[in-house]
Design a binder for this molecule. Structure first.
Ligand code: HEC
Length: 156
């Protein structure tokens, strides 16, 4: 029920404001943290699948699925799930975001943009090329993940 409402709200919003620079805030703080943690976990899964393929038996279908998932998530505006008030909220677990992500907007935007660029390229390479080319581009995506984590995610 809740999800249906959210989906309707999202659809209505995209129809009305396709060109808006910032999407409206959707969800309570704990929802936002849960959603972003879930999205990042799915990224971890997808990177794990590609890694297994480029270092073992290569299955193009599996790599394409994972690369397309990464591309979709990289272009889904996860940044909008870091609304003020979510700096120290709890989702599935306490958030691991660093306060810097909320203050260094330029740095955060750069990190999102470089991730989107590399993920777009990975989807292209996965559709068109062989394991060696995918492995190289996979490394660049990994650097984009790490670049953001180094700056904006609490270390374990
Ligand atoms: C622009 C910044 C940024 C990029 C790019 C990014 N991450 Fe993260 N990641 C974060 C932040 C911030 C958190 C902490 C989220 C929270 O707990 O609220 C996080 C959390 C995670 C988590 C833990 C999720 C959980 O709570 O269990 C995983 C796994 C992860 N990221 C994987 C990745 C992978 C893989 C990529 C690249 C394919 C990636 N991330 C790209 C910022 C980023």
């Amino acid at each position: 029920m809740q999800l249906k409402k959210i989906m309707l709200a999202t659809c209505a919003f995209s129809v009305l404001a396709v060109s808006a620079a910032h999407s409206q805030t959707i969800g309570k703080a704990e929802d936002q943290v849960r959603w972003r943690q879930s999205a990042f976990s799915t990224m971890g899964w997808s990177m794990g699948r590609i890694k297994a393929n480029v270092s073992g038996t290569y299955n193009k279908e599996q790599v394409t699925q994972a690369a397309n998932t990464l591309q979709a998530l990289a272009n889904s505006d996860i940044g909008s799930l870091f609304a003020p008030g979510t700096e120290s909220a709890k989702g599935w677990k306490k958030t691991e975001v660093k306060p810097a992500l909320f203050t260094d907007k330029e740095g955060a935007n750069k990190a999102w943009a470089s991730f989107a660029k590399e993920a777009d390229e990975l989807a292209k390479v996965a559709a068109a090329s062989d394991a060696a080319a995918v492995k190289t581009q996979f490394g660049k995506v990994g650097q984009a993940c790490k670049g953001c984590h180094d700056k904006f995610r609490v270390e374990h």
